[in-house]
Write a protein that binds this ligand. Structure first.
Ligand SMILES: Cc1ncc(COP(=O)(O)O)c(C=O)c1O
Length: 406
C-alpha cells in the first residue's frame, strides 16, 4: 500500500541519488533545474498541448542555432537518435558498423537493432577515443558506417576519421552524448559529420529527463529523420491537429515512436540557455581536480589535447591499481563508503556477455580498452556542486590513495 510518507523507490540508475542522502555524501550527479523550467512546464500543462508541438520546435531551433547546424531533430533519447541515424544512412542486415568499445550499451545495441554487425576497434590510451589507425585497418567491403564516441566530452580525432570515411565513402555518425559543448579544431561538434547524436539523459550536461537530438546539415536527411521519428507518417502531430486544420496523413515507411514531447522540451529550452554557465563551472571543478591529483603517481589522468575544447562531461580517474594493491572495484566500494558517488565509464562493450557470446570476443582482443575498463572510476562533476562537495571528493580520494598499502 502506498501513502504520502512512503520512501520513494531507488532510482533505476545507481549514478542518480535521491535528495534525501546524508550531507556528507556527494552524489555522482545532481541536475540543476531552475524556476524557468518549472514555469515553462506549468505553461505547457495549462496550454492543452503536451506532446510534440511548439516547445519542441523552439528547442530544436535554439539547439541548431547553438551548434551552428542547419537542422536539429528532437527525439526521446540519444539511443533513438543513433538508431534513426543508422536507418537513415541505409545500414541493413549483413552490413558492418565500426565503433568504439569504450561507450554505453546503446551505441553498440543500435547496430544490432538494424541487423548489422558491430566491429569494435581499440581506443587511444591518452583519451580513450577510437584509434584512427586501427579504424582504417578495420574497414572492409561490408563497412556501411562508422560511429565514433567523443568519450567524456573530448572530441575524437575527426580529421583522421573523416579522411578515412571519405576515402571509402562511408558515413560517420557521431555519438556526442557527452559532447554537447565540444569543439574540434575550431569546429563545433554537430557540424562536422552527416549526423551527430546528443543525449539529454538525467546526468548529461543539459537534461530533459530523457531526450536526444540529431544534428545534420542535410535537408533531405533531416526530413527523413523527422518522418522516421514519428511512425514514418507524413505530417507531424502538431501540424496534423492545429485547431481547424486537420490533415490526412500517410505512412511513408515503418517508422518509430521516438518523438520528444513538449514537456521535455520545456526543460531543454532553459537548460540550453544556461549551457555556457554550466560548462564554466565544470571547467572550474576540473581544474581543481587536476591540481589536487597532479602529485599522485597512482592516478593516471586522461589527456586533453591542445587542438580541442572538451565539454567536460566526466572526470575520470584512472588508477594504477597494481601500485595500490587494490582492484578498481575495491577502490570503487571504498570511495562510496566515504560518501563519494561514482560512475564507471566504461567496462568495454565487447566484453559484456551478449557480445562475447555472439561474437566470441576473448580477453586481450582490444587491450587498451580492456585495461582502461579495469582502472576507471568517474567522480562527481556537475555545475550544482558546492565548494565543500568538491573539497570532500578531493579529500576522500587523496586520503584513500594515501591509506592503501604501496
Ligand atoms: C556514450 C553514450 N552514448 C549513448 C548514450 C545513450 O543516451 P540516452 O540515454 O539518451 O539514450 C549514452 C548514455 O549514457 C552514452 O553515455
Amino acid at each position: 500500500m502506498s501513502n504520502s510518507t512512503t520512501t520513494p523507490p531507488a532510482p533505476a540508475d545507481p549514478e542518480l541519488q535521491l535528495p534525501s542522502t546524508p550531507a556528507c555524501h556527494v552524489p555522482f550527479h545532481r541536475p540543476a533545474i531552475g524556476l524557468e523550467e518549472e514555469r515553462e512546464v506549468i505553461d505547457t500543462l495549462r496550454s492543452g498541448w503536451l506532446t510534440t508541438g511548439p516547445k519542441t520546435k523552439r528547442f530544436e531551433q535554439q539547439f541548431a542555432e547553438y551548434l551552428g547546424a542547419r537542422h536539429a531533430v528532437a527525439v526521446n533519447s540519444c539511443t533513438a537518435a543513433l538508431h534513426l541515424s543508422l536507418i537513415a544512412n541505409d545500414v541493413r542486415p549483413g552490413d558492418e558498423v565500426i565503433t568504439s568499445p569504450i561507450t554505453f550499451a546503446s551505441t553498440a545495441n543500435v547496430i544490432e537493432h538494424v541487423g548489422a554487425t558491430p566491429v569494435f576497434v581499440d581506443v587511444q590510451p591518452d583519451t580513450l577515443n577510437i584509434d584512427p589507425v586501427q579504424l582504417a585497418q578495420a574497414v572492409s567491403p561490408r563497412t556501411r558506417a562508422i560511429i565514433v564516441v567523443h568519450f567524456a566530452g573530448h572530441p575524437c580525432d575527426m580529421s583522421a576519421i573523416s579522411a578515412i570515411a571519405s576515402e571509402h565513402s562511408i558515413p560517420v555518425i557521431e555519438d556526442a552524448a557527452h559532447a554537447i559543448e565540444s569543439v574540434y579544431r575550431g569546429r563545433k561538434i554537430g557540424t562536422i559529420s552527416r549526423t551527430t547524436c546528443f543525449s539529454f539523459y538525467a546526468t548529461k550536461n543539459i537534461t530533459t529527463g530523457e531526450g536526444g537530438m540529431i544534428a545534420t546539415n542535410d535537408d533531405g536527411l533531416a526530413q527523413r529523420l523527422r518522418v522516421l521519428s514519428l511512425h514514418g507518417i507524413s505530417v507531424h502531430a502538431w501540424d496534423r491537429y492545429r485547431p481547424g486544420e486537420y490533415k490526412h496523413w500517410d505512412i511513408l515507411e515503418a517508422g518509430y515512436k521516438y518523438n520528444m514531447c513538449d514537456l521535455q522540451a520545456c526543460l531543454g529550452i532553459h537548460q540550453l540557455a544556461r549551457i555556457e554557465a554550466g560548462l564554466q563551472l565544470r571547467r572550474k571543478w576540473t581544474a581543481r581536480y587536476d591540481e589536487a591529483f597532479a602529485d599522485i603517481p597512482e592516478i593516471i589522468p586522461l589527456k586533453r589535447r591542445p587542438d580541442v575544447e572538451s565539454a567536460h562531461h566526466l572526470y575520470v580517474l584512472r588508477f594504477a591499481t597494481e601500485r595500490l594493491n587494490a582492484t578498481r572495484d575495491q577502490i570503487m566500494q571504498m570511495l562510496q563508503e566515504r560518501g563519494v558517488g561514482i560512475g564507471i565509464h566504461f567496462r568495454p562493450v565487447h566484453m559484456h556477455q551478449y557480445y562475447r557470446r555472439k561474437y566470441g570476443y576473448q580477453p586481450g582482443a582490444l587491450p587498451v580498452a580492456e585495461d582502461a575498463g579495469q582502472r576507471v572510476i568517474s567522480i562527481p562533476l556537475f555545475p550544482a556542486m558546492t565548494e565543500a562537495e568538491v573539497q570532500h571528493v578531493i579529500d576522500q580520494v587523496r586520503d584513500l590513495v594515501r591509506s592503501l598499502p604501496k
